[in-house]
Design a protein around this ligand. Sequence first.
Ligand code: ZN
Length: 227
Amino acid sequence: MWWSCSSSKGDPKELLRRWKSILHHICGVHRWEEDGMEHKCYHTELPADEQIKKWLAEDSPAYKVLYEVVMNTRLLKDLEQMALFKHTGQLEVFHNALLKYCPKRLHFEYASMQARTMLAVMDHNENHNTQRQQAKTASGLQRHNVVFQKQSKQWIARPVYQETTQTFRNDLMDAVIQRRLDPSVKYQDPESHSKVPRLAANIARVSKPRKEDVISAHTSRFTGPDS
Ligand SMILES: [Zn+2]
């Protein structure tokens, strides 16, 4: 997704074509025809050991699920808006905010994950939607840290920005109280609960056999007539 957005030079059609190309690539197809034109992946010729790796089969459940995700109408509409996407700096900053609310080492339930992501968005909007002001020293000079930069192997001065704020938390608590005091909002309103999407229990293509059958098949392999 990042590659499609960043490499399509503001052309939404090209962006969508690049995005959808994953459906060919993931099946090991790197040249294909589309609207009477031949297209190919942008990566270089794959070495032999890469070519024989396990690609997805087009009739597999995994492919079908991926297809649903890639071709989701709403996502495709949103992606068109990403054609003017230029750099990922803001996204990386947002990712840092997200990590603060959703540390990767911990597991969260769906509703918690959803709420935490929303908090990260609010935090980001409050602090990074506009350029934060550089912090000043007591004497009014702009503050810097001198840090060693890996790429340039040089010491550079990095601006120190003002502390982030979290006033959205107070606004949020006020809104919670207001909502709780509102007699027209029913407590335990089912609409107010986030809906967990229904996911398949497993990715198996055939239904689960009886346990006894699996055990007897397993045992007969080891105590068959040949042994
Ligand atoms: Zn490819």
